[in-house]
Write a protein that binds this ligand. Structure first.
Ligand code: FE2
Ligand code: FE2
Length: 215
């Protein structure tokens, strides 16, 4: 779905209210989003779309949607430390890719003292792809129980799925091996072939049209 910036922002605020996000957390999220927006409008809109898609996925699964809202908004904030030329580049070399990977640790460090749980989730938003990174995760300063740790992984997996879907449906560069916009069928094929562990959920999300909306 092609949504302009104003309607994405409106939807974000609607979710703040519907999910009863505390005022201080709203302000904090908006602050991080402001940083991203100043840096790069594309990444800003991507972050909003991933957050909103995450909420829809959470809604479908009937789980707490807040970690997906927070995670979507904040997962790429570390890109504010990536040079403009690299961020806006269309064709990435292997070296560029390596450099881009640093955004995950940057996001983590920017967020960890204010939203520790979200920081753990976003630290893992590129963990579920073939070329996953970062390879070594920092030790969290908080001790998480086994239940909390599996929650972190679960939310990270869903965030990664929303992030991946938005990337392949909206990016018109060749980061995913394509220089043009992918068709509905191409996107669907890639979603299944690159997310073997989530086939059932992907199928369900297509069925209920959270994925694959064409208008
Ligand atoms: Fe990312
Ligand atoms: Fe992303």
């Amino acid at each position: 779905v092609e949504k302009d910036q104003a309607s994405l922002e409106k939807l974000l605020h609607k979710n703040f209210i519907e999910l009863s996000i505390a005022k201080h957390n709203q302000r904090s999220i908006l602050f991080y989003l402001h940083l991203i927006k100043q840096k790069d409008e594309q990444t800003y809109q991507h972050s909003l779309r991933v957050a909103l898609l995450g909420v829809q996925i959470g809604d479908f699964l009937r789980i707490d949607k807040k970690p997906l809202l927070f995670g979507g908004c904040l997962h790429d904030v570390g890109k504010i430390y990536i040079e403009d030329e690299l961020l806006k580049k269309r064709h990435y070399t292997k070296q560029d890719m390596e450099h881009m990977k640093e955004h995950v640790m940057h996001s983590y460090h920017l967020v960890k003292d204010i939203h520790p749980f979200t920081a753990e989730v976003i630290l893992r938003h590129h963990k579920y792809q073939e070329d996953h990174y970062p390879l070594i995760l920092p030790i969290s300063h908080k001790e998480y129980t086994a239940t909390e740790r599996s929650k972190i992984d679960y939310y990270a997996r869903l965030l990664a799925l929303a992030d991946f879907y938005d990337a392949i449906t909206n990016r018109d560069n060749d980061k995913y091996g394509e220089a043009k916009k992918l068709s509905y069928d191409e996107v669907k094929d890639i979603m299944f072939s690159r997310n073997h562990d989530q086939k059932r959920l992907i199928r369900d999300l297509y069925t209920c049209e959270i994925f694959g909306k064409t208008k």
